[in-house]
Design a protein. Sequence first.
Length: 134
Amino acid sequence: MNTEYSIEHFVKTFIRKNRRERLLFELTKEDRYDGVSRFCHQAKELLEPSRILMKGKDMDRTQEFQRFLKQHHETCLVLSPDSSMDGQCLSLGDAVKQAEMCLDAVLILGSTFTVVYTEPMKGGRDKYLLSESK
């Protein structure tokens, strides 16, 4: 999997136009910890609203999300401030399982979609499913 292409595709497809340049720079640096952390802290302001297919603290437990998982069998790039997860290439199902157990923010980059788990906060964490086509 071409990591730089995946990150560039994610930024150009799912991030608001006026926020792309800085985020792309931060996510493609060798040490992308700050970029991933900042993104997951400000996801709501950075994400292109027209690309949000689903969102919510319990999104991953919905039937609709479970159906999406069953329909998408591909390897995804995982980005996270958690160094044990960052840079891994996992199946979508495995990436989601890991993200659910992770105590930090997680981005799961697929070919036509992205799953975002923001930083855990009191009351849970926000989750987004983004898609190129709604």
